[in-house]
Design a protein around this ligand. Sequence first.
Ligand SMILES: [Zn+2]
Length: 195
Amino acid sequence: MTISEIQTDTCFWQRMLRLAEYYMGKVDGIMGPLTRAAEAKWLTAAQLAAKEYGTYDGRSEAVIATLLPQAQVLARKWMSAATKEAARQRVCVKLIEGTRSYKEQNRLYAKRPKVTNARGGSSWHNFGLAFDFGVFSEDGKKYYGESTLYKVLGNLATAIPGATWGGTWTSLVDEPHIQLSMFNTIKAAREAFEQ
Ligand SMILES: [Zn+2]
């Protein structure tokens, strides 16, 4: 999803702004002055992160824009390390998936054949904290779904404070997945997000 698509779901957007600690008002689906002020703070923080930690290809930037500014910092720090390692390995790395609203998650959940087992609120991607990366050919055109480099590149996240890498999970290893360590369980994230 793009950030513009996310913002059209005002309640979801207000929940993201609240989790980022920019919005203290009600989740009422109305773009009032408090929501607009929170949005402005979000934007300022996002611009600061871009200035401080660098910018990347268009696809990665579109993904980063959907993350909480705190997670944007993490994504940019990781991209900084990952793009250097990718160049050494003669491949290209891009972020390919960021935040999905509950509505979007439910739309995917309803798809047949099945593409996900997670309903809205049951994926780490539903709170603005998580992103997935892809390994591509050096010219950025060909996507490699399978590569030993997922382990190498994903592992770079473990050196960043406040990052959790899906490659360290024991139940469901998810090497392309990185997130901000804000909650220990999806349930805890969902409860904080929906409160
Ligand atoms: Zn993921």
